[in-house]
Design a protein around this ligand. Sequence first.
Ligand SMILES: Nc1ncnc2c1ncn2[C@@H]1O[C@H](COP(=O)(O)OP(=O)(O)O)[C@@H](O)[C@H]1O
Ligand code: SF4
Ligand SMILES: [Mg+2]
Length: 385
Amino acid sequence: MATKDELWKPEKSPTPPPGTLPGGAHIVDEASPALRTVPGEPMLEVKGLCTYFFGEEGVGKAVDDVTFTVRKREVLGIVGESGCGKSVTSLSIMRLIPNPPGRITAGEILFEGKNLLALSEEEMRKVRGNKISMIFQEPMTSLNPVFTIGDQITEGIRLHMKLGKSQARERAVEMMELVGIPAPRDRLDDYPHQFSGGMRQRIMIAMALACDPTLIIADEPTTALDVTIQAQILELMKSLQARLGTSIILITHDLAVVAEMAHRVNVMYAGRVVEEADVRTIYKTPKHPYTIGLLCAIPRVDKPEGKLCVISGTVPSPFHFPKGCRFGNRCPMKFDKCEAEEPPLFPIKGEPGHAARCWLYEPDKQDPATEKEVRRKMLEAGERV
Ligand SMILES: Nc1ncnc2c1ncn2[C@@H]1O[C@H](COP(=O)(O)OP(=O)(O)O)[C@@H](O)[C@H]1O
Ligand code: SF4
Ligand SMILES: [Mg+2]
C-alpha cells in the first residue's frame, strides 16, 4: 500500500460527466476505485446495540438492536432519512452519547477484538481521534473559531502521536497537502473563518487522518456543502480511502453518495437496520419497501426514463413507534401481519449477505415479482418530485 507521502496531490476540480447526480455521484456499473479495494477481516463488530433516551415522554429507542460489521479496508454506508438513528449509532461507537438523557442499554461494540463499552473513559480517550476518528456534517461547528487551523490539527497529533511542536506542525502541513489545501505552510496560522466551507471540510478530513486511524466515521460529510464542492470532497475521500485502505463508516441520507463510495450498505429506519447488502445488490435488487422508496427519489443514469417520487409521511419518533412494522404507516404493501408483529431480518434467497426486515420476504414467500410490485406501489403512493 502507498504511504501518505506518495499520495494524493490536489487535482483540478473535474468536469462532472454527463448524467451526474446532484452531489456529483452517478450510478454506474463499473466498480469505483473504492470498490476495487478488497475488504479484509472484521475490525468493528457492533452486536445488538441499543441506545435509548429517557425523557418525560418515556423511552425513545433511537437505536434498537442494531448489528453490523465493518471489515478492514471496507466502506460501510449507513443510509436513512433524518431521525432514523444514524448519528446516534456513530456517537454510540465513540461513546459520546449525552447521559442523561441517553444511555447504551445493551449490546457490544468490538473494535479490533476489544469491547469499547467495557473500556474506562481514559482508555476510550486513546481510541477517539487516534484509532477511530470522526468527520461531522458541519465543519464550522466542529472547528473552534478562536484557535488557528495549525493549533487544531496539531493538538490531536501531539496528544496521540507524542510529537513535539515543530514535528507536529510538519505533520499538519503534510496532512493539509494530502487533502489538497494550497500553500499549506502559509495557511497554518489562519483561523477557520478564513477558509471556505469546502476547505474547512478538507481540514476536518486532514484532522481525521492525522493520527493514522484504522476507522473513520464520516457523518453526513458532504451534506452542508454545495453540489460541486460535495463532488470534490467525495472524490477526495474516495481516493484517500482507496490508497490508505482506512475503513470508513459513511453515514448519509443520500443513497447517491453511498453509490459512489461504499462496498456495503445498511439501510436504517426507526432505530433498526431494515436492509443490508453489498452496494450493487442494493441498487439492482432492493427488497425492502423503504429502500425501494429511497431509490425512487434519485435520478438513475442507467434508467433515465424512471419516474421519481418521495415516500409520503415522516419517520416516527423513537418515543412513539407504531406497533408491528415500524414502516407500516408509510408502506403501501402493508397487510394484516405487519401491524400485529414486527418482522425480523430475513435472509434473501440466493443473495448471500442480503437481508430485509419485511414480512414480504419470509423464506416461503420470496418471489421475484414482489420487488416490481413494491416499486409500482411505492411510485403510486409516493409524492412526485
Ligand atoms: N439527546 C437526545 N434526546 C432525545 N432524543 C434524541 C437525542 N439525540 C437524538 N435523539 C433522537 O434519536 C433519534 C435518532 O437521531 P439521529 O441518530 O440523530 O438521527 P439521524 O439518522 O438523522 O442521524 C431522533 O428521533 C432524535 O430525535
Ligand atoms: S413488513 Fe409489511 S409494512 Fe413493513 S415494510 Fe414489509 S410489507 Fe411494509
Ligand atoms: Mg445525523
